[in-house]
Design a protein around this ligand. Sequence first.
Ligand code: IMP
Ligand code: MG
Length: 181
Amino acid sequence: MSKPLPPGIERILFTEEQIQQRIREVAAEISEKYRGRNLKLIAVLKGSVFFLTALAREIDIPIKIDFLAISSFSAHTAAPGVVRIAKDLDDSIEGEDVLLVEDIVDTGFTARYLLQTLAGRGPNSLAICTLLDRTPCRIVQVPVEFRCFEIPDRFVVGFGLDYKQLCRNLGLIAVMKPEKT
Ligand code: IMP
Ligand code: MG
């Protein structure tokens, strides 16, 4: 039996099954590309944690994981593009093959900042894997090596993505009604 949807949801964009299937495909691509290397997945708290755990379980090569937290102000607020690290990684990434795992790349400010910051720490390689890619809203260009889904310019929740810290625990991804965002 499916859980009732929270109020404020307009429609389902991707079902749990569609997400699971797509994550499996992307995990296979990642396993193939990084086989024999020292892969570390880095997730950005809190939204990306749901995607990281689902992705990690489908990857069939040895991996390490680490986390960082940022505070960001998106283009929809008064201070576009301002990002800072609120909690840093536990360990060094020097010489490792790092995959930055994101819930969504929107304007690109967050991803660009994190790529620049992590690149300065001497990883062997650095790339982005995102659950959602909203290319119509991109302001700064960032290379996205792996993506599960492209989405239109609508606010979405679920699978880690929040509206005012809620809805992260939805297994599906849904579009919010415009009046709620
Ligand atoms: P960017 O720096 O504009 O690319 O923003 C990325 C961050 O904005 C994400 O990590 C999310 O936390 C947040 N965000 C952007 N779009 C959405 C959305 O549709 N739903 C929930 N959070 C979003
Ligand atoms: Mg957020």
